[in-house]
Design a protein around this ligand. Structure first.
Ligand SMILES: [Fe+2]
Length: 414
């Protein structure tokens, strides 16, 4: 290592994130293609030379203005290998790569956080998913948001409440904010603190109340069966918000069921039905005078590892089943097994909306329903909006990032 590289401050990382150095590097060994780091807590991490070269943070690798990668690995002329490596005075790793002869530095906090040789499941959810029934959750976890919209959006108090709400939302699939203003458009103000809205043919903000010439059963006073919204879309909205402005009607209690808990129970009790519902595509179609949304999908969708991704359940939005002839009866048997399961009384949480309540729930996981209410008995008015799961995850990562920068700035983490 040359004197010019004897740095005393840590190098940049290939992103805008904060990487507190909670454990220091102790030593480094390498051969041509693999570099082995030992940390002061005894952990051993291994990195491939090609991986390190691609993830460098210098100006030959990332555009310093955007921190997006500009390096084309295949343009290096040969496989990047390690010529020399060591630790510098700042505690950073330096590596001289062949064939370029370029020496690049790596931030130990970033290396530790991206230690793929010791990583768990990189696709694990940001917050562990906790499935529930009405026994464990008699109402959504509720946070007092009475002061929240009056606080500066980037204040520690506002960020703290938002972070807590988003963690509950990702874990339980539902969270309730209480004591918000019972004023129209509050749902838009709350959504804006998370991310952009997902507009639909019902608008950016929709009003759930009985109205003349309704274009959805939601806009009547009849009971709504358990359902997700808009399974008729290729990508059904990941998030739904409902904000209560008025509720003096008799009846109309809200009902919510964790669709992942339902799927898990079905997998345990009727595995054949579960398997059928993860495989056979049903038609979801809206019946409307002015739109014609149609999508085909299994009722339960899992990823390549069998983890639950989403459920699509809405009896009133299913079109005709169009599948292989011999699949039709097994498909209906499986569907009816699911429908029977949904009637099991322990699954649901039931609660009343108070004016100023805003419930946010994962619309690709939770089913919601409404008991009938008496149209003439008073007013019931909810305003709703959709967003995507992406916005929740991005916003929560930003809350966490701000907390990490705070730790670094206060000197407690590198
Ligand atoms: Fe709905």
């Amino acid at each position: 290592m040359t004197d010019a590289l004897a740095k005393t401050s840590l190098p940049p990382t290939p992103d805008y994130d904060a990487w507190p150095v909670e454990v220091a590097l102790h030593s480094v060994d390498h051969d041509d293609r693999v570099l082995t780091l030992r940390w002061t807590d005894g952990r051993v991490s291994r990195y491939h030379s090609v991986w390190l070269r691609e993830n460098a943070a210098d100006e030959s690798t990332v555009n310093p203005d955007t921190r997006e990668r500009i390096l084309d690995l295949s343009g290096l002329g040969a496989w990047p290998t390690v010529e020399a490596a060591g630790l510098d005075d700042a505690g950073a790793l330096w590596v001289t790569f062949r064939p370029e002869g370029r020496t690049l530095r790596f931030h130990p906090g970033w290396l530790r956080a991206n230690d793929y040789s010791n990583a768990g499941d990189p696709e694990a959810p940001l917050v562990p998913v906790t499935t529930w029934t009405g026994r464990e959750r008699t109402a959504p976890v509720t946070l007092d948001a009475g002061d929240w919209l009056g606080q500066a959006e980037d204040s520690a108090e506002a960020e703290g409440l938002l972070g807590r709400a988003l963690e509950v939302l990702l874990g339980d699939g539902v969270v309730r904010l209480r004591r918000l203003p019972a004023e129209p458009d509050t749902v838009r103000r709350v959504a804006a603190r998370i991310g952009p809205l997902r507009p639909t043919n019902f608008g950016e903000i929709f009003n759930v109340r009985a109205k003349p010439e309704p274009d959805s059963n939601a806009y009547t006073s009849i009971a709504l069966p358990l359902h997700v919204d808009l399974p008729t879309r290729e990508y059904q909205p990941g998030l739904q918000m409902l904000h209560c402005l008025e509720n003096t009607a008799v009846g109309g209690q809200a009902v919510m069921v964790d669709g992942f808990a339902v799927a898990e129970r079905l997998r345990e009790t009727e595995p054949a039905a579960y398997e059928t519902l993860t495989r056979v595509s049903w038609c979801f179609a809206n019946t409307a005078r002015t739109t014609d949304y149609v999508w085909h999908s299994p009722v339960i969708r899992v990823d390549a590892r069998g983890r639950l991704q989403e459920v699509r359940i809405a009896d009133f939005l299913r079109g005709p089943l169009m599948t292989a002839f011999e699949e039709v009866e097994p498909a209906y048997e499986a569907l009816m097994a699911l429908q029977r399961l949904l009637r099991e009384p322990d699954l649901a949480m039931r609660f009343d909306y108070e004016p100023g309540d805003l419930v946010i729930f994962d619309n690709r996981r939770l089913l919601h329903a409404r008991d009938a209410f008496e149209g003439g008995s008073g007013a019931r008015w909810l305003q709703g909006a959709y967003q995507e799961r992406d916005e929740v995850r991005s916003r929560l990562r930003m809350v966490w990032r701000a907390e990490r920068w705070q730790r670094i700035d206060s000197g407690s983490g590198g």
